[in-house]
Structures are given as C-alpha cells and as structure tokens.
Design a protein around this ligand. Structure first.
Ligand SMILES: Cn1cc(CCO)c2c3c(c(-c4ccccc4Cl)cc21)C(=O)NC3=O
Length: 319
C-alpha cells in the first residue's frame, strides 16, 4: 500500500483538537492555500455498516454538486463530483442522498462548511471549515450563557436548521458537542478578562453531518439519547424536522445552565411529557419558548423558520 498520504503531503498538522470513539480531529494548515482546517480522521468503516453510511452521508451532504464558472467561456455550469461507488446496499442509499444533494448548491453561514474527503490506509478523512471558538459544549462548561447569548445562539442555529430543513434534509444529532463557535473574523478576540459576550463576537454553526438524512427517509441513525424524542424511539418518522427542534430546545436548556440531561428513567420520561425543569436566570418568555420546542406533540413545536422570526430574537426597534 502506498505510504504517501494526501494528509501528510497537502497538510501540516498543528495539533489535536478532539478525540473520541469516532477517531481523531486535528487542526491543519493546507500547504496550498495556507488556510487552517479541521480534519477528522476515522477508522475506515466496514462496508455496509451504519458507520459507513454515516461517513457516506456526511461526505455527500451539501457537497456533491457545485456551481462553477468555466474560465474559457465564462459561463456557469453545475459540476457533479461523486465518490467511487461503494459496493452493496449503501450504494442505493447514497443514490437517494445524491438525488437530494442535487437540490443543494452552495454553503450556509450557520452550517460548518465541508471541503473534501478521501480514504487512505484504511482511514476516512474529512476536511471541514475550522471554527476557532471551540464547541458549545466546551463554552457551557465555563458556566451558563447569558440570555442575550442564548438568543444569538437560537437565531444562528435556527437559521442553519431552516436551511437544512428547506432542502428536505434533517440533521438528527443536534446537541452542544455538534455546534461550533467562530469568532467574527477581523474583530479582536475578546481576551479572558473582557466580558467575552459583549457585542456578540460569536457566530454559531451546526456541524457533524454524519446523521443527516432526508425527511422522508425510512431509516434514521438515532442521535444522542439525551436529546432524542419519544416519537423517534417509537419509529414515528412523520415529523423528523421537529425532532431537530426538540433536540435544539434541550440544547438551549443545557446552555442556559439546566443540564446535565438524563439519559433514561423517570427524569427522561418527564421531559418527554413536556415538563421542563425550572431555569433560574432566563425570562419567562424564553422559558415558555423552550417548553414549546419540547412539546410532546411535534405539531405544537415551532418550525425552524418560525423560530428564527420569533419576536424574542428581534426586539422592537433593533435593525
Ligand atoms: C472535536 N472538534 C473540535 C473542533 C474545533 C472547535 O474549535 C471541531 C471541528 C469540527 C469537527 C468535526 C465533527 C464531525 C465531523 C468532522 C469534523 Cl472535522 C470536530 C471538532 C469541524 O467540522 N469543524 C471544527 O472546527
């Protein structure tokens, strides 16, 4: 097998930024464009396994068809770039995903951008946008977010979810560990003693598209059970977009200091009955909106596009 690896040829590794059962995430500079990226290196999944489907899904979302200008005739064309077909049933699932990917062009300000993916020496590597502010999970560990920051988080992630849902896709694993923080480019990063929440220096983006599927998909890879809806466990897949909203509601609850969330048992059940434990330092309206987002009836939960227009996110008179 070739020991020349694209990873080592095209990138300089700067350091490890994440480690898990999935593999290793590193921060790397691309030698060609000098930009910093996040690269996830995971063990090549067994053909036909759920892990392989997740890897394929992740690679195929939002990246299959690109809009390009031909330098010769100056015209805009749609170019389809596809991975070599994988043998077995994953191929037909990928075909379905491909159909949806065709509907997807371009990128979004609140979805972590995918650049490239490849396989080398029994590993899969995916190259994504690097968000320098860490994950929401890491941010929460420093203490609850003030309501002003929670409203910014809600506006950004609702925007990203509205985009994903508008393309008939669902994320299926919304949680603090899959939301990443970018500092507004150009603005001085707040140093530690500054009130880092001043002048909303953060941009929140949804990442980790490994569980993405289409709204009419007959099969979903369940996400983290702490954020899972009862209806998914009961195989009722009729309102998948509202499962993202439910998971986002519990994500905001945790970011507001309400965690840690139960993984099972009576506390898990009572949240699925729509009972949200009290939150000391948020307004009544914000708490009531979170309660709506985790309503046992998916139809009662606000859609992502309604959420991003909620009056709480646009105080009267703001621009
Ligand atoms: C653990 N971890 C830490 C970070 C950096 C946060 O400052 C990170 C990133 C990503 C990912 C990631 C998640 C899922 C799939 C692929 C990648 Cl690169 C994981 C990350 C990603 O796609 N972009 C990241 O910044």
């Amino acid at each position: 097998e070739s020991n020349i690896s694209r990873y080592n040829v095209e990138f300089i590794e700067l350091g490890v930024i994440g480690r898990g059962e999935f593999g290793l995430v590193t921060r790397c500079v691309n030698k060609l464009d000098g930009c910093v990226y996040a690269l996830k290196r995971s063990l090549r999944p067994v053909a036909g396994s759920a892990a392989e489907r997740a890897a394929l899904t992740e690679q195929r979302q939002f990246a299959l068809v690109t809009r390009c200008v031909n330098k010769l005739d100056g015209c805009v064309y749609a170019l389809k770039r596809s991975l070599r077909p994988v043998a077995g049933s994953a191929a037909e699932r990928a075909a379905l995903t491909e159909v949806y990917a065709h509907a997807v062009l371009g990128k979004h300000a609140h979805v972590v951008r995918y650049y490239s993916a490849w396989a080398e020496d029994d590993h899969m590597i995916i190259q994504n946008e690097y968000c320098s502010g860490g994950s929401l999970q890491q941010m929460m560990e420093k203490g609850p977010l003030p309501e002003s920051e929670l409203l910014l988080l809600m506006a950004h992630v609702a925007d990203g979810l509205a985009y994903i849902h508008s393309l008939q896709l669902v994320h299926m694993d919304v949680k603090p560990g899959n939301i990443f923080v970018c500092s507004r480019e150009g603005e001085p990063a707040a140093d530690s003693d500054d009130d880092e929440y001043a002048a909303n220096t953060h941009i929140y983006k949804i990442g980790d598209l490994g569980h993405v599927t289409c709204v009419s998909s007959p099969r979903v890879e369940e996400g983290d059970c702490r954020y899972l809806t009862r209806e998914i466990i009961q195989e009722d897949l009729a309102h998948l977009t509202k499962s993202d909203i439910f998971a986002f509601g519990l994500t905001l609850f945790e970011a507001a200091g309400g965690g840690p969330l139960p993984k099972n048992g009576p506390a898990w059940q009572s949240i699925r009955d729509g009972i949200l434990p009290e939150l000391p330092n948020v307004s009544r309206e914000f708490y009531q909106l979170l309660t709506k987002m985790i309503d046992p009836d998916p139809n009662q939960r606000p859609s992502a596009s309604r959420l991003r227009k909620h009056p709480l996110l646009h105080p009267a008179g703001s621009k």
